[in-house]
Design a protein around this ligand. Structure first.
Ligand code: ATP
Ligand code: MG
Length: 460
């Protein structure tokens, strides 16, 4: 049954609306102010909200925003005795289905309600169709329309439910870790643990005890028994990242686990069987590493039974707009922004960028654009980081710091750096209309760090 919330501070008008809706067979709830409307909305499954613009506690526009944020499928019709054309335009822009001036005739309200409900039913249907379509274009959280990605999805689906070892290769930021997680969550082991180990980050001795565990007294500092990651991943998946940079000694031990499916804790002579699916990743060309004698050939053959190569983003141009829209939806929701859109020029710019940092870079560019942008449309100017080369600081269009004093003598480093820092912070603040929280986000520092810097630099 259709449920409608009437949010109107005027008791008579509220009563009239409720009576009207009740007669028409709708279920209804009533609220006199924002503080009453919000909890009702959170509890009830309302299909539509009729809301007066002058709602105490924040106004009808605020309620509209809250509804569109938390329940985008719920329709909102705004009512006002003093509404201006400007109010109506703003309301419609923010996603209201209709705007009625008070006083209104009963028929007028009922027509507006019917129309709004019809529209939201259509929207819901559209969303369902779209998500059914999306399901074909994605695998778990991995988005990809490019034929090479679709082929990868097929492989992943085919092997997910086996215990086959899978090797994922590809440049940094192409989605290797994300794919490994998808493989786990699509397998029968999804309720088991997913344990991630970066094999390039630890020296051989530590890595060995980290993965296989150790017994008390195995080496100095081994004060108690320790369970290794392989045991911790029992019943689930272990993801060995950066396998290409692991040491020769470690490679021998790994080969043994993969062959015999048993481990030995460091300092222990017992062997323990392990029930884990092993997924490995590297951004190195393993074939070359084998040729150069850096990677054991026998291990290479062992792990590349099923090998998936993630193509760099520049080689799957058709994925760029799909991924960009996907990130845009996610970040707009994360940052509490209404639905945002790219202009065709912005999409074209994105599609043409070289993306040396692959999907990770695209994700960052979109998040920054969402945080920095003011309106609902994101244009080329909102994508400043596209000019950035990897490893270089963001090109924010600042004058370079004055590294020398007017007399040509180099300035103390601290002083020159502080000046640059102040300029960058000032520009971020300006971009964010003085909003420090957003500025901190843009700068990639937390709010308290920004406050401390503002104080130190004398900006605040
Ligand atoms: N196809 C995709 N769909 C959606 N998000 C993606 C996709 N590919 C990558 N991402 C996102 O991009 C970011 C980088 O992906 P990920 O960490 O999986 O890359 P990686 O290849 O493991 O990188 P590295 O080699 O640096 O570890 C993550 O935030 C991930 O969620
Ligand atoms: Mg990774």
């Amino acid at each position: 049954m259709t449920k409608i919330l009437v949010a109107d501070p005027d008791p008579r008008s509220r009563q009239d609306l409720c009576t009207l809706l009740g007669k028409r067979g709708f279920q209804f709830g009533a609220a006199a102010e924002l503080g009453e409307a919000l909890p009702s909305l959170a509890d009830g499954d309302f299909d539509l909200v009729l809301c007066d613009l002058s709602l105490p506690g924040g106004g009808g526009m605020k309620l509209l925003q809250e509804v569109k944020h938390a329940h985008p499928e719920t329709a909102v019709v705004l009512l006002s005795a003093f509404g201006s054309v400007q109010d109506a335009v703003t309301a419609m822009r923010q996603g209201a289905a209709d705007f009625l001036g008070k006083p209104f005739a009963a028929d007028q309200v009922l027509v507006a309600v019917d129309r709004a409900l019809e529209k939201s039913a259509l929207q819901k249907e559209n969303l369902q169709l779209k998500s059914a379509l999306d399901d074909r274009l994605r695998l778990d959280n991995v988005v990809g329309t490019d034929p090479r990605m679709q082929a990868i999805f097929k492989t992943v689906k085919a092997v997910a439910d086996t215990r086959t070892t899978v090797l994922i290769t590809g440049e940094s930021g192409t989605g290797k870790t994300l794919l490994a997680r998808a493989l786990h969550s699509l397998s029968g082991r999804r309720n088991g643990p997913f344990v991630e180990v970066n094999c390039g980050a630890l020296p051989e001795s530590l890595l060995e005890s980290e993965l296989f565990g150790h017994v008390k007294g195995a080496f100095t500092g081994a004060v108690r028994d320790k369970v290794g990651k392989f045991e911790a991943a029992s019943g689930g998946t272990i993801f060995l990242d950066e396998i290409g940079t692991s040491s020769p000694g470690f490679q021998v031990k790994l080969l043994r686990v993969l062959q015999d499916r048993v481990i030995e804790r460091v300092g222990d002579t017992r062997t323990l069987p392990v029930d884990v699916r092993v997924v490995l990743a590297t951004n190195k060309d393993l074939e070359k590493a084998v040729a150069a004698g850096e990677f054991r050939e026998d291990l290479y053959y062992r792990i590349q039974v099923v090998s998936i190569e993630m193509p760099p983003l520049r080689a799957r141009a058709s994925d760029v707009p799909t991924l960009a829209e996907h990130f845009l939806r996610r970040f707009a929701a994360d940052h509490g922004r209404p639905a945002l859109h790219f202009t065709p020029a912005a999409l074209q710019q994105l599609a043409q960028a070289p993306w040396p940092g692959n999907v990770r870079q695209l994700e960052n560019v979109v998040e920054r654009a969402v945080v920095l942008s003011q309106g609902e449309l994101l244009d080329v100017a909102d994508l400043p980081l596209l000019a950035q080369k990897p490893g270089q600081p963001a090109a924010v269009g600042l004058p370079g710091p004055h590294t020398t004093a007017p007399d040509g003598v180099p300035r103390p480093l601290r002083e020159a750096l502080m000046e640059s820092e102040a300029a960058i912070i000032a520009q971020a603040l300006q971009h964010c209309g003085g909003n420090r929280e957003r500025a901190a986000k843009v700068l990639g520092i937390n709010r308290s760090t920004l406050f401390a810097k503002l104080k130190k630099l004398g900006i605040a």
